[in-house]
Structure formats: structure tokens, C-alpha cells
Write a protein that binds this ligand. Structure first.
Ligand code: GLY
Ligand code: MN
Ligand code: MN
Length: 448
């Protein structure tokens, strides 16, 4: 969720640690380098989405649009040309169309950059107001390829705004009607190539999101009481996020205790805790668009039961084996294969399964995904390269009525860390957060 007020970037009372204009410019140059001769890329800002009546969801910029421009406002379109184009009297290799400044609108919903702000703060040489896009004097037939971002099917038509996203997409489609050169597939592939490798500037943002996340999980370990609710546990973690500057959660926090620990993406978070529960806490702060994704599983009483400890240690061994496999050159599936082998054997040894391949009943998700501007970030799922950031997050979930001894029922455990692939040993960016049984129990004990 990319929110923010870039307008205020030069004001020392506001955050000044956004990605630099030159970062975004270099990213556009990198995209341009991938594009075929005689081509253009057209990228649209994200849609504004309605929640109900006159309340919208908080606006979230499209990650590709943000990556290439730095703009966090809606109703905008960016054009990147492979070769400079002469349009009317100007020659340029990129154009951006943005919302106009409007004292009336800005007094309701906040300041906008406008065409001058986009020049000054984001470094574009040629910016225009979005209503001018309809008059763009450019024949798209001249391009051999027109790469473009996808069109969401939930874009609303604001009849009072001729520059809204609906109009921008309609104008683009009118200008490119019947052209077979339109290409979404390669746009996606170029962006995956670019975004899967994090630059040092992006790593600063990601590390910040991850540090905030780890500090907040740590607070929960220290403060959790067995008479709390799932939502109170969530509140402790999310308080830490907000207090430390995160604008938003990177995804809805998953705080599931007891039977809810066995629901992978449980986000209701309304149950009262009981001391025998184990609780999966999968929560990540977002900082300037970059999100962490960290999971810890805690014994609500502060002490793991014998069964919980056995499952926990098995998941931990699987996770450590997965992290070990995060080496440059390894296949993306290597951490999953390593973790699955450990879990397969461990579940057999505990008598929970009687045939090795039955492990998928209890570990039924992948182990890794890329992480960045999206929690499930784009990437090529090829071989690991230095600069990629991925998660390693095996889990075991044994819901009630599973075909095993009932002493294992309602135990769900996931352990998730964020890993930077390097040319050497993997860098566990969330590695400072406690995850052994002993360390967790010690931290939970201290609060008494
Ligand atoms: N938080 C969602 C996931 O771990 O993929
Ligand atoms: Mn994850
Ligand atoms: Mn997660």
C-alpha cells in the first residue's frame, strides 16, 4: 500500500527518506534497455477503489507505476519510449500525465504534486495534466511494440473528471484500436526481471520495514498474556508498526490461535486466547511501499507443550534447512525441497503420517516467494541471484479430526524469515528476531 505525500518531501517535518528521483529514473532507463527497437511502454496508475457509499479504500499505488515514477497519486499515465520522440515542439524519451493541482480538491484529500511538482520532486522533464493525454499528438502505429500495464476491470468512470483513470485507459485504447502490437506479457516479464533484483536503495527501505516488524513481534513476545484476544495480540504488533513509522500493514495481519493456527491466511482475529493455544502471528510492516513478511508461532501460556515443542522444532529444522538452500545459482524450489524433506521425515518419525508423501496433508503451501513492493513480489522463479529477497516459511498445520493421534490436533506452526540472496551466505534480514523454543520461552517469561 503506497501512501504518502511526496509534495512534502522537501519539508523537514515530513519523511525525507523516500527513494530518490534518480532511482526511479535509472529504473526507467533499465526498462528502456530491455525494450525492443521502435517500442513504447505505457503504464497506468492504480485505480481508486470504493469501499461503500462515499468512502474509498486507502489509495495504494500500482507497484510498477511507483517503481518507474515515484508518484503515489492516482489518475496518471507514464510513457517510456525506446527512442526519443518528437511530439509537437519537444523531443523526449518519456512523458508523464498527472492530476492537476486543485485548491478545492486538495483541501479535501491532500496536496498533489501537479505538473511542476512532478518536475521538481520526481525529476521528469516533460509532465502534463491528465486531461491532455486525450490530445497527445502521437501515432501509435509507428511502434513495432506497445508494451502496457494491465487494465483492471474495476476502474470507475468519474463522469466529472475527463482525466480520471477510466478516461486515460479509454483514450489509450482509442489511440491503439485494432493494433496487434499491444503486449502485456512482455511488460510483465520486463518488470519481473527488474524488480526481482533489489538495488541498495531498495534494500534500505526493505530493511527498515523488516526492522520495524521484528521490533514489533518482539514486543508481542514480551507482552502477550493468556487472557488476551487474537485482536489484542494483533494490536500490540500493529501498534509497533505504526509507532515506528510504517504507513500500513503489508498484508492483513494473520493472528490465529488454537484451531485458527491451522488456517493459513486467517485474518478474522476475534478469538479469545486460551493458555493451551499455540498462536501463529504472520504480520509485516510496510515502509514507503516495501513490505516485510515475518511469522512467529508462540505458546500463549509462555511455555510450549511437549507436542507443540515437537512440531515447532520440526518446522524450525525445516526452515533452517530451507535457509541453507538460499544460495546463488540454486533453483527457486531448493528451499522448499530441503524443508519438505525434513518435514516428511519428521512427521514419519512422530507417527503423524505413515507414508512419506502424506506430508502434504499437513504442509500444503510453498516455502518461498519474492518480497518487495508486493508481499508476493514479482520475479522469474528461475535460479537465485544475488540481490533477490525471498521468504522461507515452512509450516505444519494439524486441524481437529486429522487422521493422527488427537494430541496433535489444533497445532499450527509457521516460521517465516526474509532472506537476501548474496554471493555467499544468505543474509537473514529478520534473523535478529527470536525463533528457538528456548529464546521465545525466555522472552515470554520475562514479562511476569
Ligand atoms: N503473509 C503471507 C505469506 O506469508 O505469504
Ligand atoms: Mn510469506
Ligand atoms: Mn507471511
Amino acid at each position: 500500500m503506497l501512501i504518502g505525500n511526496l509534495y512534502a518531501q522537501s519539508d523537514s517535518l515530513y519523511d525525507r527518506d523516500w527513494l530518490s528521483a534518480s532511482f526511479h529514473k535509472v529504473r526507467r532507463d533499465s526498462l528502456r534497455a530491455k525494450m525492443a527497437p521502435k517500442s513504447v511502454t505505457v503504464v497506468f496508475a492504480n485505480a481508486e477503489r470504493n469501499r461503500s457509499n462515499d468512502v474509498d479504500f486507502q489509495y495504494s499505488q500500482d507497484p510498477n507505476f511507483y517503481y518507474l515514477s515515484g508518484l503515489t497519486e492516482p489518475n496518471a499515465v507514464l510513457l517510456v519510449f525506446k527512442e526519443p520522440q518528437t511530439i509537437d515542439s519537444i523531443t523526449t524519451n518519456e512523458l508523464i500525465y498527472v492530476q492537476p493541482r486543485s485548491p478545492r480538491d486538495e483541501s479535501w484529500t491532500g496536496k498533489r504534486l501537479g505538473i511542476d511538482g512532478v518536475k521538481q520532486k520526481l525529476g521528469f522533464e516533460h509532465s502534463y495534466i491528465n486531461t491532455d493525454f486525450a490530445d497527445l499528438n502521437l501515432d501509435f502505429k509507428k511502434f513495432d511494440k506497445i508494451y502496457h500495464s494491465p487494465f483492471n476491470n474495476d476502474v470507475r468512470d468519474d463522469k466529472n473528471d475527463a482525466g480520471d483513470l477510466y478516461s486515460l485507459i479509454k483514450n489509450f485504447n482509442d489511440k491503439t484500436k485494432d493494433l496487434q502490437t499491444k503486449d502485456y506479457y512482455n511488460f510483465y516479464s520486463f518488470m519481473s526481471d527488474l524488480r526481482e533484483i533489489k538495488t541498495p536503495e531498495e534494500l534500505v527501505q526493505l530493511r527498515k520495514a523488516i526492522d520495524i516488524t521484528c521490533a514489533s513481534h518482539l514486543e508481542l513476545m514480551k507482552k502477550l498474556e493468556s487472557n488476551m484476544t487474537e485482536y489484542q495480540a494483533q494490536a500490540i504488533v500493529e501498534y509497533g508498526f505504526k509507532y515506528n513509522g510504517s504507513e500500513y500493514v503489508g498484508y492483513p495481519s494473520i493472528v490465529g490461535a488454537g484451531e485458527n493456527s491451522c488456517i493459513l491466511h486467517y485474518i478474522t482475529n476475534r478469538k479469545k486466547l486460551t493458555p493451551t493455544d499455540i498462536m501463529v502471528v504472520d504480520a509485516g510492516a510496510e515502509y514507503h511501499g516495501y513490505t516485510a513478511d515475518v511469522t512467529r508461532s508462540l505458546p500463549v501460556s509462555g511455555k510450549f507443550s511437549e507436542e507443540q515443542k515437537k512440531i515447532y522444532n520440526l518446522v524450525l529444522q525445516a526452515q533452517l534447512a530451507g535457509i541453507e538452500a538460499c544460495k546463488e545459482g540454486n533453483l527457486f524450489r531448493a528451499p522448499h525441497n530441503a524443508a519438505a524433506d525434513v518435514i516428511k521425515k519428521g512427521l514419519m518419525d512422530l507417527g503423524i503420517i505413515s507414508s512419506p508423501n502424506d506430508f502434504v496433508k499437513y504442509f500444503f503451501h510453498g516455502t518461498s516467494h519474492y518480497l518487495g513492493l508486493d508481499v508476493h513480489d514479482v520475479g522469474n522463479y528461475g535460479r537465485f541471484k544475488a540481490g533477490q529477497v525471498i521468504t522461507v516459511e515452512p509450516g505444519i498445520y494439524i486441524p481437529e479430526n486429522s487422521p493422527c493421534d488427537k494430541k496433535w490436533w489444533n497445532i499450527g506452526v509457521r516460521i517465516e524469515d526474509d532472506i537476501l540472496i548474496t554471493t555467499g551466505t544468505p543474509d537473514v534480514l529478520s534473523g535478529k528476531l527470536a525463533k528457538t523454543v528456548e529464546d521465545i520461552e525466555k522472552l515470554m517469561e520475562k514479562k511476569k
